[in-house]
Design a protein around this ligand. Structure first.
Ligand SMILES: [Zn+2]
Length: 328
C-alpha cells in the first residue's frame, strides 16, 4: 500500500475524529423557534411537531427558565393569533397587545441575556393568509407590502427585539426595512436577518398547523423560490446582502445544502443561518419512531451536515435537545 493511501491513523480516537470538522456544533449556534399565541395561559400541544407547544405569555417563565439555565442563547418568535380580527393588511401583526409584542417585552424582563429574534410576516395576520397585501385581482401588491413589513419590523424593534427576520420573500423588503430602521434611529440597535433563499417546500406542513397560516386561496409560489432555482437563490442572496441584510438565511436546510454552501461562498463575511423546518424535524422524528435510525444520531448528522455546508446559525426545534446533548 502507498503511504498516501493511509488515512485511518488520523481519526482513530474520538478526539481526533472531532478535529476532522472545521467547526463543531455549539449551544450558541442554535436558535429556538417558539410559537406564541394570544391566550396568555395557553400551553397547547402541536400534534404534528413532536414535543412542541403553542405558548401564552404567562407560560414563558416556566417554559424558558429551565432552557436558559441549560444554556439557551436565542429564540425566534412566531405569533399565532387565534382570537384577533384579521384583515387585508395584517393589522394584528404589530398590535401592542398582541402575542409577539407582549412576548418580547416579557422575555426582555424575565431573561435579559436571551437574544430575541422575531419572524416578520403578514400571513398569520391577514384575512387571505398571504404574506403581503393584495391587488383586487388577488396578486401581490409589492409596494404597500414592503412598507407594511417595514412598519411591523420597526414596531418589533421598538418593543425590544434584538433581531427581525422577514420571511415573506417580497421583492425589496430588506432595503425597505433597513431604511425604516435608519429613519427610526434603530439601524444600530436591531439585526436584520433575511430569509434570503426561502423555497416553496412541502416541508412547511406542521408549521402551518402550528401557526394557522395556510393561505385561504392559491399558494406562495409567486414569491417563494422553486426548488430547482439555484440561480435565483444565488441572486436573492446577493440582492439581500446589497440591500443591507446582517444575516443571510437558507430555508429549508437539508434538501438545500448546496444552496447553504453557495451562500457561504457568496456571503463569506456574513453570519449564515439555515432553518431546519418543521417538516424536517417531524421527518427525523418519524424515521426514528419507525426504527429507521436513532433519533439523537440523526439529529446530529442532519445538523452537522448544515454546519459542514457553511451554516453558522441553525434554527431548529431540536434546540432543547441539543442543550442536553452538547457540553458547550
Ligand atoms: Zn408568510
Amino acid at each position: 500500500m502507498d503511504i498516501s493511501s493511509i488515512l485511518q491513523g488520523g481519526y482513530q480516537h474520538p478526539l481526533s475524529r472531532s478535529w476532522q470538522g472545521r467547526r463543531q456544533l455549539t449551544k450558541s449556534m442554535f436558535m429556538y423557534p417558539i410559537f406564541i399565541t394570544d391566550d396568555p395561559d395557553a400551553s397547547v400541544v402541536i400534534s404534528s411537531l413532536p414535543g412542541q407547544r403553542r405558548w401564552g405569555v404567562n407560560q414563558l417563565e416556566s417554559f424558558l427558565g429551565p432552557l436558559v439555565k441549560k444554556g439557551l442563547k436565542s429564540v425566534i418568535l412566531f405569533g399565532v393569533p387565534l382570537n384577533c380580527e384579521k384583515d387585508g393588511r395584517g393589522t394584528p401583526a404589530d398590535d401592542p397587545s398582541g402575542p409577539v409584542i407582549q412576548a418580547i417585552k416579557k422575555i426582555r424582563l424575565l431573561f435579559p441575556s436571551l437574544y430575541i429574534a422575531c419572524d416578520v410576516c403578514l400571513c398569520e395576520y391577514t384575512s387571505h393568509g398571504h404574506c403581503g397585501l393584495l391587488h383586487t385581482d388577488g396578486t401581490i401588491n409589492t409596494k404597500p407590502s414592503v412598507l407594511r413589513l417595514a412598519e411591523v419590523s420597526v414596531n418589533y424593534a421598538k418593543a425590544g427585539a434584538h433581531c427581525v427576520a422577514p420571511s415573506d420573500m417580497m421583492d425589496g423588503r430588506i432595503k425597505a426595512i433597513k431604511q425604516a430602521f435608519i429613519d427610526a434611529d434603530l439601524a444600530s440597535k436591531c439585526t436584520l436577518m433575511s430569509y434570503s433563499a426561502k423555497f416553496a417546500s412541502a416541508l412547511y406542513g406542521p408549521f402551518r398547523d402550528a401557526a394557522g397560516s395556510a393561505p385561504s386561496f392559491g399558494d406562495r409560489k409567486c414569491y417563494q423560490l422553486p426548488p430547482t432555482a439555484k440561480g435565483l437563490a444565488r441572486r436573492a442572496i446577493q440582492r439581500d446582502m446589497v440591500e443591507g441584510a446582517d444575516i443571510i438565511m437558507v430555508k429549508p436546510a437539508l434538501p438545500y445544502l448546496d444552496i447553504i454552501s453557495d451562500a457561504a461562498q457568496l456571503a463569506p463575511d456574513h453570519p449564515l443561518a439555515c432553518y431546519q423546518v418543521s417538516g424536517e424535524f417531524a421527518m427525523v422524528h418519524a424515521g426514528a419512531a419507525a426504527g429507521v435510525y436513532d433519533l439523537k444520531t440523526m439529529a446530529f448528522e442532519t445538523t452537522e451536515s448544515m454546519v459542514r455546508a457553511g451554516a453558522t446559525l441553525i434554527l431548529s426545534y431540536f434546540t432543547p435537545d441539543f442543550l442536553d446533548w452538547l457540553e458547550m
